[in-house]
Design a protein around this ligand. Structure first.
Ligand SMILES: [Zn+2]
Ligand SMILES: [Zn+2]
Length: 784
């Protein structure tokens, strides 16, 4: 030991350090530095004791973080010195369970390059084996029942490793050392293909099942495929009949479907892909990325009707890699569910629920412990034709699930344990403890019992895995939301229930997403969204706030306009167009496909205030304009009319050489007791005049988007004059509209504002639970 007096160090490592090859890494590192001692997993992370020359110990500690394996995410390293006790070797000790302690859990990770190579190598013992994985990739969260992360506590427990797999598992120098889901064709899970007529009607087993599944897909059939966190429905994305059949059976006439492609080269044949998008597509999370769809793509229009973008992902399990290569063309891969229901999870459930939807089932016998949808990422740097230079380069999640959850959002402060139950649509929940916000994976629209059940079991799982006993529950103000009712039923003590206004939660989520400090200056929050329950009993959604985590003051809003028929109007934008124009201009516009009788009915509803709540929601304004322009009168999925309006507006070449952009439509800004109110009468007059003059839908659409962005800038400037605040946080579902977002951000920044947008959690209702949690933490009633 080169003359130095040996010393000992006790080291605790927190973060995602289990199931990611951390112990073998420590083992190899200790050998490299000639240190003795041990490493073990416990419920709170990894513990290490090392003994040796002080110089080597320091180098070892440094290398722990700088050379950690790719999937490890280290949050803290704690080192204490101790006198040496004479270890003679370095060993990996058995895991220790400690009551009440918890650790971060790795999300499921896409198949790594090494495993891909083995999978496609005819000489490898795992050639075409659909469950190939290693320490650097494969299932994690979806198979874990409890911590510490060890095979008996996963759904791999029933599979006993063969001698070859066991050797890999036991060898600290092997890529599969302690890879809990380690498996091979001899000892691991298997696939089979089954008909839909009766459970057990096997068509083929193992590799023959894979080959036959590929043939069926090529023949235009719809398959239900069991994956990592649930089932997909798959079909040939270049076959119109197959796509239409899938849509009809799933009850999803128009909502865009995601497509899986074998390789990046294939993706480039169908989409324009930027460097950042390539990085996201190939990342270990392997999300669906919304890409600019090429005109010459052979993927049929029916996959994403009236859309300029296509949701694309690369294969992320060995099963997908095999299938996509066999088929040799892009496959639609959409959640295996009926519209609205959660993704199907086990084989029996799939037969029951997906039987009528699929022609056959590609099943396997590895159980799924947690449902897990595909994540969706939006690139807000995609060149928008109407902008000369995009200003941002951010991958913003639209749906956060596979690959991301249950990795927490790190908060810039310590919180008490809180459960926030989220919103109604695109529900997620959020559990907090220490400085972590454990945002759940996407749960779904809380409109049926299946989703409620998924919500409840996932809450139980997270509370158990992360050992959180909530002191209070934060919920939306809407009394009829299933999540609100769940909160009401769970806690008796009224002190422990905290209602948080929907749009304020959006802005708080945006702040937490950006690591905004609790004692920072207030911000201007712009929450442009669909509908949410307001503090005055009206339906909010075009809101400007001033404040922070501790609370917000409403500083401005879009003027209140009637929503004839209430919720019905959301599915029928023509009702909004009629209601808005009638309320503002006293006349009823003629809309294609809407009868005189329907028009008069809506007029009576507005005149007599029959089932006609008032709303300030920006999302509804987009709907109303889309209907008024004749783009869409009735929708079959959320925000369809607004999305089609965005697509038309985006396709309008606003920067034709030699032409200046048309000015924004006029609007009013009146000061009232409760802040500024944005008046929309002039906007509708000007828009109607353009329509009457035969200006194209695309040009009016572009001018309207431009006007909405100018409106935000004008209001923020007025608020800044009064408050001196220069930071603007943008949140709410409307900011999934990239034209609106790009126009708004660029203009706000030109005007000297610092702009916060979402990076880690969705700007849509999928992010609301995070905002609820952080606001509940600072709510006065919740403070001792
Ligand atoms: Zn691997
Ligand atoms: Zn084996």
């Amino acid at each position: 030991m080169n003359g130095e007096i040996p010393a000992r160090k006790q080291i605790g490592v927190r973060g995602v350090v289990q199931g990611v090859g951390f112990r073998p890494f420590v083992y190899r590192l200790a050998h490299d530095y000639g240190l003795a001692g041990w490493v073990l997993n416990h419920s709170g992370g990894v513990e290490i004791e090392v003994e040796g020359p002080p110089g080597a110990l320091d180098a070892f500690v440094h290398a722990l973080t700088t050379q950690a394996p790719p999937l490890a995410r280290i949050v803290a390293v704690q080192v204490t010195g101790a006198p040496p006790i004479g270890y003679d070797r370095f060993e990996i000790r058995h895991s220790v369970v400690e009551e009440g302690r918890y650790q971060l859990i790795s999300p499921d990770i896409a198949t790594c390059a090494d495993c891909r190579r083995e999978l496609l190598d005819p000489n490898n013992r795992r050639y075409r084996y659909p469950f190939t994985n290693c320490t650097n990739c494969g299932p994690r969260f979806t198979i874990i029942r409890d911590i510490p992360y060890d095979r008996p506590l996963t759904t791999m427990q029933p599979f006993t490793m063969c001698p070859a797999c066991q050797r890999e598992y036991d060898d600290p120098l092997d890529r599969r050392f302690h890879a809990q889901p380690n498996a091979c064709p001899v000892c691991g899970p298997q696939v089979w293909l089954e008909g839909t007529t009766a459970a057990g009607s096997r068509l083929a087993d193992r590799d023959e099942a894979m080959l036959l599944a590929g043939q069926m897909l090529l023949a235009g059939q719809v398959l239900a495929i069991k994956g990592l966190g649930g089932f997909h429905l798959a079909c040939d994305a270049t076959n119109v009949e197959a796509v239409l059949t899938l849509r009809e059976r799933k009850g999803r006439p128009a909502k865009p479907l995601a497509v899986m492609m074998a390789t990046l080269e294939e993706v480039r044949r169908h989409c324009h892909v930027s460097d950042e998008e390539v990085e996201w597509l190939q990342s270990q999370q392997c999300p669906i990325v919304l890409l600019h769809w090429r005109e010459d793509s052979t993927i049929v229009h029916e996959v994403a009707p009236h859309n300029l973008y296509l949701g694309v992902m690369l294969p992320y399990t060995p099963l997908h890699h095999i299938l996509l290569r066999d088929v040799g063309r892009p496959l639609v891969m959409t959640s295996g569910n009926l519209s609205e229901e959660p993704i199907a999870q086990d084989n029996d459930e799939a037969h029951r629920r997906l039987g009528p939807l699929a022609d056959a089932f590609l099943l396997h016998n590895r159980d799924i412990y947690a449902r897990y949808d595909d994540s969706v990422l939006l690139n807000i740097q995609i060149p928008i034709p109407n902008l000369q230079s995009p200003l941002l380069s951010i991958g913003s999640p639209i749906r956060r699930a596979r690959g991301y959850a249950p990795f927490p959002v790190r908060l810039p402060f310590e919180t008490k344990p809180i459960l926030a139950v989220g919103a109604e649509l695109k529900n997620t929940f959020c559990l907090t403890r220490d400085d972590f916000a454990f945002l759940s994976q996407h749960i779904g629209d809380m409109e049926n019992l299946e989703t409620l059940e998924h919500f409840e079991t996932t809450i139980t799982l997270y509370q158990h895995l992360f050992r959180v006993e909530p002191e209070c529950i934060a919920h939306d103000l809407h009394p009829d939301y299933l999540s609100t009712r769940y909160a009401q039923s769970k806690i008796q003590n009224p002190e422990s229930k905290i209602g948080i206004q929907h749009h304020q939660a959006h802005i708080a989520a945006c702040l937490a997403d950006n690591g905004w400090l609790a004692d920072s200056r207030p911000v201007i929050g712009v929450a442009w969204d669909g509908t949410g329950y307001g503090l005055d009993g009206n339906i909010w959604g075009g809101e400007f706030f001033v404040g922070g985590y501790r609370g917000f003051r409403r500083a401005a809003h879009l003027e209140y306009l009637p929503m004839p028929g209430g919720e019905t109007a959301i599915r029928n934008p023509w009702r909004l167009a009629l209601g808005y124009v009638y309320a503002l201009l006293g006349e009823l516009p003629i809309l294609p496909g809407i009868s005189q009788r329907e028009m008069q009915f809506v007029r009576q509803q507005v005149d007599r205030h029959l089932n006609t709540p008032l709303t300030s929601a920006a999302g509804r304004l987009f709907d109303a304009v889309a209907a008024l322009l004749g783009i869409r009168q009735r929708v079959t999925y959320e925000a369809q009319a607004a999305i089609e309006l965005e697509m038309l507006a985006t396709s309008w070449p606003a920067t034709r050489p030699g032409e200046t952009r048309p000015p924004a439509y006029p609007f009013d800004l009146a000061e009232r007791d409760d802040g500024f109110v944005i008046g929309l009468k002039k906007l509708f007059v000007a828009l109607q005049a353009d329509l009457a003059a035969g200006v194209s839908q695309a040009e009016i659409g572009w001018r309207f988007h431009h006007s909405m962005a100018e409106m935000i800038v004008a209001v923020c400037q007025r608020i800044a004059e009064v408050t001196g605040l220069r930071t603007v946080a943008l949140s709410g579902g409307c900011f999934q509209n990239r034209l609106l977002l790009a126009l708004t951000v660029s203009r706000l920044e030109q005007t000297g504002f610092h702009v916060l947008v979402h990076h880690q959690v969705p700007c849509n209702d999928g992010g609301v639970s995070l905002g609820q949690a952080v606001m509940a933490h600072f709510a006065p009633t919740a403070q001792e």
